[in-house]
Write a protein that binds this ligand. Structure first.
Ligand code: KG4
Ligand code: ZN
Length: 343
C-alpha cells in the first residue's frame, strides 16, 4: 500500500483568504479561495485593515470548506502549511495564528512557507514529472522576479524589480484609465479590442545583460499620455473607448515585451532549457501566449501555472509545504510573520 502525505495549506498574505488540501505536493484535492475584491474595489486597492478583518471573519469557514470539498477531516491531515512571509503583516498574522492554533490543538506538525517561493513552484502542480531545473518568471502584484529553480529547496533569484511589480503597474495603469480594481484582468479585457501598436510606450531594459526590471517609467508614460505632459489635454473624459482600448493594448504589449525579452536573456545566461511562469500576472493571456511562442521558437520546454494557481491560492502553499515537511523543516509555535520576507 502506498502512503499518501496530506497537507492543509493556509494563505492569507494579502487579500485572498484561502485553504487547500494537497496530497504528496501535487495532487490538489481542494482549493478554496474567498476573494476580497468586493471589499477593496471601492478604494481602488487593498486596504490592509479591512483585509485582516475579512481574513478573521472568513478563514474558519474557508478551512472547513477545503476539508469538505476534499472529502476529508482533520484526522486525514498530516501537517499544516501556512504562508508566513512576505505580505501584509496584519493579514499574515491571521493565517499564522490560525495555523499555530490548529497545530497545537490537533498535535500536527507546522510548516512555514515563503509566498513568492510557492508562486515559483506553482507551475509544477499537476505535472507528471518535476520540470526542474528551470528559469522561472514569477510576476505578481507585489513581486516580479526571475529565478533559477533547481528544485523546491534550491530557488535562486537572478533578478527582480527595482521599483513597481508588473501586477502593480497593471493595477496603477488601470486606475489611470478608470478601469477599476484589480487592474490586471481589466486591462487584459480592455486590450482585446485595442491596437497594441497605437502608442509606443517605453520598454525599460536597464543596463546591458541585467535581469532586473523597472515598471515605474511606463506607468508615468501612460499618465502623461492620458493627462498631457505639462500642457492641457482632454484627460480621461476626452478619450473614446477605442482610444482607451488602444492605450491598454499598447501598455500590455510593452510590459509583455520586457518580460519575454528578460526571460529569454535569463535562459541564455543560465543555459537552461525549461521556462516556467507563475504569479497573478501569469493569468494574462498575451503573456502566456507570447512566452510560450518564444519558447517554442527556441525549442525550450514551457509550463505556465494552471489558471487557478496563478493568483493567490493555498494549493501552492500546501504543495511547497509538502517538500519542506518531507525535508524535516517544521517550525515551532514561536514562528512569526515577516512582512518583507527576511527572517
Ligand atoms: O499573485 P497575486 O494574486 O498576488 C500577489 O502575490 O501580489 O497577483 C495579483 C496581481 C494583481 O496585480 C493583478 O492585477 C494581477 O495579478 N493580475 C493580472 C491578471 N490577473 C491578475 N495581471 C495581468 N493580467 C491578468 N489577467
Ligand atoms: Zn501572490
Amino acid at each position: 500500500m502506498c502512503i499518501v502525505t496530506t497537507l492543509l495549506g493556509i494563505e492569507t498574505s494579502c487579500d485572498e483568504t484561502a485553504a487547500a488540501i494537497v496530497a504528496d505536493g501535487g495532487d490538489v484535492r481542494s482549493n478554496v479561495v474567498a476573494s476580497q475584491i468586493d471589499l477593496h474595489s471601492q478604494y481602488g486597492g487593498v486596504v490592509p485593515e479591512i483585509a485582516s478583518r475579512a481574513h478573521i471573519e472568513r478563514l474558519d469557514s474557508v478551512i472547513e470548506e477545503s476539508l469538505s470539498a476534499a472529502d476529508c477531516s482533520f484526522d486525514d491531515v498530516d501537517a499544516i502549511a501556512v504562508t508566513n512571509r512576505p505580505g501584509l503583516v496584519g493579514s499574515l498574522l491571521i493565517g499564522v495564528t490560525a495555523a499555530k492554533t490548529l497545530s497545537w490543538v490537533l498535535n500536527k506538525p507546522l510548516v512555514a512557507v515563503d509566498h513568492v517561493e510557492a508562486h515559483a513552484l506553482s507551475p509544477a502542480i499537476g505535472l507528471d514529472a518535476p520540470p526542474w531545473p528551470a528559469v522561472g518568471l514569477i510576476v505578481s502584484g507585489g513581486h516580479t522576479s526571475l529565478f533559477r529553480i533547481d528544485g523546491p529547496s534550491s530557488i535562486e533569484r537572478l533578478g527582480s524589480t527595482t521599483d513597481d511589480a508588473a501586477g502593480e503597474a497593471f493595477d496603477k495603469v488601470a486606475s489611470i484609465l478608470g478601469l477599476g480594481y484589480p487592474g490586471g484582468p481589466a486591462i487584459d479585457r480592455a486590450a482585446r479590442t485595442g491596437d497594441p501598436r497605437a502608442v509606443r510606450f517605453p520598454r525599460t531594459m536597464l543596463k546591458h545583460g541585467s535581469l532586473d526590471f523597472s515598471f515605474s517609467g511606463i506607468k508615468t508614460a501612460v499618465l502623461y499620455h492620458v493627462h498631457g505632459h505639462g500642457k492641457t489635454s482632454g484627460g480621461l473624459e476626452g478619450l473614446s473607448s477605442q482610444a482607451l482600448a488602444d492605450i491598454a493594448a499598447s501598455f500590455q504589449q510593452a510590459v509583455v515585451d520586457v518580460l519575454v525579452r528578460k526571460t529569454v536573456l535569463a535562459v541564455a545566461q543560465t543555459g537552461l532549457s525549461t521556462v516556467v511562469l507563475g504569479g497573478g500576472v501569469a493569468a494574462n493571456r498575451l503573456l502566456r501566449t507570447r512566452l510560450e511562442a518564444a519558447c517554442v521558437e527556441r525549442s525550450l520546454t514551457f509550463h505556465a501555472a494552471p489558471m487557478p494557481y496563478c493568483t493567490d491560492n493555498a494549493a501552492m502553499i500546501a504543495a511547497l509545504g509538502y517538500y519542506r515537511y518531507s525535508e524535516g523543516e517544521t517550525v515551532g509555535l514561536e514562528v512569526g510573520a515577516f512582512p518583507t520576507g527576511s527572517r
